[in-house]
Design a protein around this ligand. Structure first.
Ligand SMILES: [Zn+2]
Length: 1003
C-alpha cells in the first residue's frame, strides 16, 4: 500500500484567483456610497528594491551578504492559468550607484538532464532551453521596457520591447549545484535610463523545458510575457507599512471627477504627498498633487480632481511619496471612459424595425454558440431492481455542483426527492433541478432558492432509468443537500461525461438562459445529416424539432445555423451545381459562390425547415449561416496541399491579405461581360488565363461588383421565401470579416432589411474583444454598405479568460452596452468540458465554473445598467486590457490535464462503492480547487478503515492505493472534519457508482 502523497500548498493561489470575484460579488449590489466608485487598485505584486553597499560578486552563486537582505519575489505562477508553479523559483533585485542586480534561484530536481553548452552571442536558441527572463520598465509612467534572458548555460539575449536589434553591455553568471541553478545579472543603470529610480514595473519569468514543461512568472500574465500591463511593481528603498487602502474614481463621466485615495498602515504621524498621473498613449500629464497628514492607526483619505475628456481613453496612476521618496504606487489602471458618457447606450434599432425585434433595444444580443450532437443513448447504468437494497435508507447527501442521479422507477412511480439549496459564493444563488425520462425527455425542472428546501414530485411516463440533474450551469458552484425518496437510485459518479451527446446536453440551453443569455446559436451543420433526399431532410427536421423543443423548454431564443460550401453534406445536396473555377484550376466540389441554384439547394432547403418549425416554436428567432464552412471539409484537405492553396480557396469569396482569388466560372465571366456590354473573348476554361485577362483589362473591381449584385439578389430571394412563411424570422451571419468585400456587402444587403435587420455574429472580435473603435468601425461599415445589420461582437473563451471579471465579464458588458451585444464561443465547451475532454482550438483558459460565473456577473450587471442607464455604475465599467494568451496548444492542453473529480463530497457524507472480484487494489484520488486545510478521508474497504490524511489541494492529486481481498468487497468513503467546503473524489478499480444507505449492490 502506498502512502498518500502530500502536495505543496496552494492556498495563496486559490485565494488570489477567487478574490476578484468575491470583491465583485460584494459590489454587485452596491450601496449608495459604493454605487459611483470604480476601483483603480490592481492585483500586481509589489517588491522593494534593496540598496547595496557593495556590488555582489558576479558568479551566479548568490552567497554575498547583500542578497540575504533583499526582498524575495516568490511564488511564481503558471503563465497562462495563474495557478501556482510546480517548481520553486524566486528572484531578488538590488541596486547601487552604477548598476541594477538581479538574482534568480530555480529549484531543479533533475539537474543532470538539462541542456548546456555555448550558443552564438544573442542567439534566440536559448529560449528552447531552461532559462530565466527579466522584464523591466524602468519608469512605470513611460512605455519603454527591456527584456533580458539567460539560459542555464549562461547564454544571454537582450532586447528593448520586442526589438532584438537593441543591445547593451550587461553581464550574467550562472551557478549550478545539485537540486538548483541560480543566475546573477548586472545591468548598468545608464544603459536603460534608470538614472533616478522612482517607480518601475518588472516581471521575473522562468521556463522549464524538461517534461513536464512549465513556464511561470512572478506577476501573473495570463498569457505572453511581453505585456507590461501585467508586470509587477518595483519601489526603491526599504518597505514601508504605509499602503493604499483604496484608490477609486467616483462617478467617472465627462468633465470633473474625483479620484479618492485612502491610505492605511500608518505607524506614526507623517506628512505624505499623493500624486496622480494620466497616461494617454505616450503622453503623461500629472493631476491633483495633494498633501495628506497621516495619523497613527487611522485610515486617511484625500480626493484628487481629475478632468476627463469625453470619449478619451486614459490610464490613471497614483503615487504616494514621503520626503521625495516613493512609498508605493498604483500603476496605470484603465479608466472606463465609455462609462463616462452621460448617455452611453445607443438606440439600436431603426424606427422602422418590426415590434418583434424591439427586444434588442431593451435586452441587447447576448448570444452563446454551440456545436453538439444529441442522438446518443442515455446511459442505462448498472442499477437494477434485483441489485438494489430493500427498503433503502433515507440518507441525505450533501453535495456541491453538477450532480447526476440515476433513479430506477416502476410503472407510474413518481420521482421524489427533497432538495435544500445552500448559499454558495456564486452570484447565481439558486439551486436547479431537472428530471429526464429514459429517452432523455425533459419531465420536470425547477429552481430552489438559497436557504429553501423544496419537496419535488415529478410524474413519470414509463418505467425505467430516469436521470435527475442538480445544479448545472450557473449553479455549478452551489452546495445542496438531497434526500431521494425513491427506492432504487445511485449517484452517477461519472456524471457529466456520460451525458455528453445525449438529449440531456440539449438541456444546457436552459443553463444559458439562467445565466442571462438570450440567444443560442446552434451549429446544426455539424450534425452532418445528409439532406439531399427527402429521407435525410426528414431526419434533419426531426433533429431540428428536438432542438426547438429544448429551446422552448429553456425559454431561450434559438438560431440554428448551417454551413454553406463544401462540407460533405452540402456538396452532396448541391448536386450538379456550378463549380467554382479559380486560379487553382482545380474543380472541386466547392460551388461558385454566387450560384443561385446552389444557394437554393443547400441553404434555402434547410432554412425552409426552420421557417416551418418557427410557426410552432416561437422561440425560433432566425436562421444562421456560417460561410467559413466554404473552405473546410475533407475535399480541401485531400486535394489542396499547401496552406497557400487552401488560403486561396477561401479567398474566393473573401480576400485574405493581398490574395485576390476569384471565381471566374462561365456564369461569373459571362455575367461580368454582359453587365459591362463587352464582347466574349472566348477564353479557355483555365482559371489562371481568365483571371489574368480580367486583371489585365482592369475588370477585377467590376467582377466583385457583379458578384456582389448577384449574391444580394440571390439572398433576397432566400429571405423572401423564408419570410413568406414567417415574416418575423431574421437571418444571422457569422460574417468572417468586416473588411470591405463584396461577399459581406452582398450578404448583409440581401439578408437584412430595416424591418428585420440581419444579425452579424462578428468573428473579427474573437481575440481583440471590445473597444469603442471595434464597435464603431463596424457600425460605420454597415452604414456605408447601406445594409441593415445588428452587431454582436464575439468573445472567444480561450482568448478572454474568466479569472478576473475585468477580462471576460467586462468585455461582455461593454459590448452589450456600447454596441448591440456580444456572443460567446465556444459555448459547448463551457458546458461540457470534463476531465477527459477536448482541448486545443476549442479549449478554454479556465474552469467551466469560472466561465459560468463570468456569464452571470456580466449579464446581471448589463441588466442593472440597462434598467438605470444614467445612474448605475458597475464594477465592470472598468475594462482591463485583455491579457494576451499565446497561440492555443495544438494537442491536449494543460488545463485539461488538471484533475477533475466527479463526486464533490461534503463532511458528513458517506459514499459507498463495490470493488469487483479479481481486483488487487482500489485507487482513491482526491482534491479540489479550494484549499480546506488538512482534512482526513476515511476509507473503509472490506471492513478495514484507512485514514488518508492530506491537504486538499487545488492543482495536484492526492492518491492512495488500497489493497482489497480477492473475491471483491464493499467499501465507503467519508470526509471527516467540520462543515464547510468540499472535496472531489475519484475511484479507480471500484465501480464508480455511489449510493446512499450502506451501499447499493451493483453488478
Ligand atoms: Zn462563378
Amino acid at each position: 500500500m502506498m502512502m498518500p502523497t502530500r502536495t505543496t500548498p496552494t492556498r495563496a493561489a486559490i485565494t488570489a484567483l477567487l478574490l476578484p470575484f468575491v470583491a465583485l460579488s460584494a459590489q454587485s449590489v452596491p450601496s449608495a456610497q459604493e454605487a459611483g466608485l470604480q476601483s483603480l487598485l490592481t492585483d500586481r505584486p509589489l517588491l522593494h528594491v534593496a540598496r547595496f553597499q557593495h556590488a555582489p560578486q558576479l558568479d551566479g552563486g548568490l552567497n554575498d551578504s547583500e542578497w540575504a537582505d533583499a526582498q524575495v519575489a516568490t511564488p511564481f505562477w503558471h503563465f497562462q492559468t495563474g495557478a501556482q508553479s510546480k517548481h520553486d523559483t524566486w528572484a531578488k533585485i538590488g541596486l547601487d550607484e552604477e548598476a541594477l542586480y538581479i538574482a534568480f534561484r530555480c529549484a531543479e530536481a533533475e539537474m543532470p538532464k538539462l541542456t548546456f553548452g555555448p550558443l552564438p552571442p544573442d542567439s534566440m536558441s536559448l529560449f528552447a532551453r531552461d532559462h530565466v527572463e527579466l522584464f523591466l520598465m524602468p519608469d512605470a509612467l513611460k512605455p519603454t521596457f527591456y527584456h533580458f534572458s539567460v539560459d542555464v548555460a549562461g547564454n544571454r539575449h537582450e532586447e528593448r520591447g520586442s526589438d532584438g536589434s537593441w543591445g547593451c553591455d550587461w553581464e550574467a553568471a550562472v551557478h549550478r549545484e545539485a537540486g538548483a541553478w541560480s543566475v546573477e545579472m548586472r545591468i548598468p543603470r545608464a544603459k536603460i535610463g534608470l538614472d533616478t529610480p522612482r517607480l518601475s514595473l518588472v516581471n521575473f519569468c522562468r521556463t522549464r523545458r524538461l517534461e513536464p514543461q512549465e513556464t511561470s512568472a512572478w506577476s501573473k500574465t495570463f498569457g505572453v510575457f511581453h505585456n507590461p500591463t501585467r508586470f509587477g511593481r518595483l519601489v526603491y528603498g526599504p518597505p514601508s507599512d504605509v499602503r493604499f487602502a483604496a484608490v477609486s474614481l467616483r462617478q467617472p463621466r465627462a468633465g470633473e471627477n474625483q479620484v479618492e485615495v485612502s491610505v492605511a498602515g500608518v505607524k506614526e504621524p507623517a506628512l505624505v504627498r499623493v500624486r496622480g498621473y494620466v497616461l494617454r498613449g505616450n503622453e503623461l500629464s500629472p493631476f491633483g498633487a495633494r498633501e495628506l497628514r497621516l495619523r497613527e492607526g487611522d485610515e486617511s483619505s484625500v480626493s484628487l480632481p481629475l478632468r476627463v475628456e469625453r470619449d478619451a481613453k486614459a490610464r490613471v496612476a497614483v503615487v504616494l511619496e514621503r520626503d521625495g521618496r516613493v512609498l508605493t504606487f498604483c500603476d496605470a489602471a484603465e479608466v472606463s471612459l465609455s462609462g463616462a458618457k452621460a448617455t452611453p447606450i445607443r438606440k439600436v434599432l431603426e424606427p422602422a424595425a418590426a415590434p418583434f425585434m424591439q427586444w434588442i433595444d431593451t435586452d441587447r444580443l447576448r448570444g452563446i454558440s454551440y456545436g453538439f450532437g444529441f442522438t446518443g443513448a442515455m446511459p442505462d447504468g448498472d442499477l437494477t431492481k434485483a441489485d438494489a437494497p430493500g427498503g433503502a435508507t433515507r440518507e441525505t447527501l450533501h453535495l456541491r455542483g453538477e450532480s447526476y442521479f440515476k433513479v430506477l422507477v416502476e410503472e407510474s412511480e413518481e420521482i421524489r426527492f427533497d432538495v435544500a439549496a445552500a448559499a454558495g459564493d456564486s452570484p447565481f444563488t439558486s439551486s436547479t433541478y431537472a428530471v429526464f425520462g429514459p429517452e432523455g425527455k425533459l419531465l420536470g425542472k425547477g429552481l430552489v432558492e438559497a436557504g429553501a428546501t423544496c419537496g419535488v414530485r415529478v410524474p413519470t411516463e414509463t418505467a425505467g432509468m430516469h436521470t435527475v440533474l442538480i445544479n448545472s450551469g450557473p449553479a455549478s458552484w452551489n452546495p445542496f443537500s438531497i434526500t431521494l425518496r425513491n427506492t432504487h437510485w445511485v449517484l452517477n459518479a461519472r456524471g457529466k461525461s456520460t451525458y455528453v451527446h445525449t438529449p440531456v446536453s440539449l438541456h444546457s440551453l436552459r443553463d444559458c438562459k439562467l445565466a442571462g443569455f438570450n440567444v443560442a446559436l446552434v451549429a446544426a451543420w455539424q450534425w452532418g445529416i445528409p439532406f439531399a433526399d427527402e429521407e435525410g431532410l426528414a431526419t434533419l427536421n426531426d433533429m431540428l424539432e428536438r432542438l426547438c423543443q429544448a429551446a422552448q423548454d429553456a425559454g431561450i431564443k434559438l438560431i440554428p445555423y448551417f454551413g454553406w460550401g463544401c462540407a460533405k453534406t452540402e456538396s452532396a445536396a448541391g448536386g450538379d451545381h456550378v463549380r467554382a473555377l479559380t486560379r487553382l484550376s482545380v474543380r472541386g466540389p466547392h460551388p461558385c459562390p454566387v450560384s443561385r441554384e446552389y444557394w437554393e439547394r443547400t441553404f434555402l432547403r434547410r432554412a425552409m425547415l426552420v421557417a416551418q418549425l418557427s410557426k410552432k416554436y416561437p422561440c425560433v428567432l432566425g436562421i444562421g449561416l456560417d460561410p467559413e464552412s466554404y473552405y473546410f471539409g475533407n475535399w480541401y484537405n485531400e486535394h489542396l496541399e499547401s496552406a497557400e492553396e487552401k488560403g486561396r480557396a477561401g479567398a474566393i469569396y473573401q480576400p485574405y491579405g493581398s490574395s485576390r482569388e476569384k471565381c471566374v466560372c462561365d456564369e461569373c465571366l459571362h455575367g461580368l461581360l454582359k453587365s459591362k456590354g463587352l464582347p466574349d473573348p472566348n477564353l479557355p476554361e483555365d482559371g489562371n488565363v481568365r483571371f489574368d485577362w480580367i486583371a489585365k483589362e482592369g475588370l477585377l473591381d467590376d467582377l466583385c461588383a457583379y458578384q456582389q449584385a448577384q449574391l444580394e439578389a440571390t439572398t433576397q430571394i432566400v429571405r423572401a421565401r423564408v419570410q413568406a412563411v414567417n415574416p418575423s424570422l431574421c437571418f444571422a451571419g457569422l460574417l468572417l470579416t468586416c473588411a470591405d468585400n463584396w461577399f459581406c456587402r452582398g450578404l448583409s444587403r440581401g439578408l437584412g432589411t430595416s424591418r428585420v435587420p440581419a444579425l452579424d455574429f462578428d468573428e473579427t472580435t474573437y481575440t481583440s474583444g471590445y473597444s469603442t473603435d471595434a464597435v464603431q468601425t463596424r457600425l460605420d461599415r454597415y452604414e456605408q454598405w447601406n445594409a441593415h445589420v445588428v452587431h454582436g461582437g464575439c468573445l472567444w473563451g480561450l482568448k478572454h479568460p474568466p479569472h478576473n471579471p475585468h477580462f471576460l465579464a467586462a468585455q461582455m458588458y461593454n459590448f452589450a452596452l456600447y454596441g448591440h451585444g456580444y456572443w460567446f464561443w465556444p459555448g459547448s465547451m463551457s458546458v461540457w468540458r470534463s476531465a477527459d475532454e477536448v482541448a486545443g482550438y476549442y479549449s478554454l483558459s479556465g474552469y467551466p465554473e469560472d466561465y459560468w460565473k463570468s456569464f452571470v456577473v456580466a449579464n446581471q450587471e448589463i441588466d442593472k445598467r440597462l434598467a438605470n442607464p444614467d445612474t448605475y455604475r458597475s464594477p465592470l465599467d472598468r475594462l482591463e486590457e485583455r491579457p494576451t494568451i499565446p497561440e492555443q496548444p495544438k494537442e491536449r492542453n494543460e488545463w485539461a490535464e488538471k484533475p477533475c473529480y466527479p463526486v464533490h463530497m461534503y463532511p458528513g457524507t458517506r459514499l459507498s462503492f463495490i470493488v469487483p472480484a479479481g481486483r488487487k487494489s482500489v485507487r482513491v484520488e482526491w482534491g479540489y480547487r479550494e484549499t480546506l486545510g488538512d482534512r482526513t478521508l476515511l476509507v473503509s474497504v472490506a471492513g478495514t478503515e484507512h485514514h488518508l490524511s492530506a491537504t486538499v489541494e487545488a492543482e495536484k492529486a492526492n492518491r492512495a492505493e488500497l489493497d482489497v481481498p480477492e473475491g471483491g468487497c464493499a467499501g465507503w468513503v467519508e470526509l471527516l472534519g467540520e462543515a464547510g467546503g468540499c472535496v472531489g473524489v475519484k475511484l479507480e478499480g471500484a465501480k464508480p457508482f455511489f449510493g446512499g444507505g450502506g451501499g447499493v449492490k451493483l453488478r
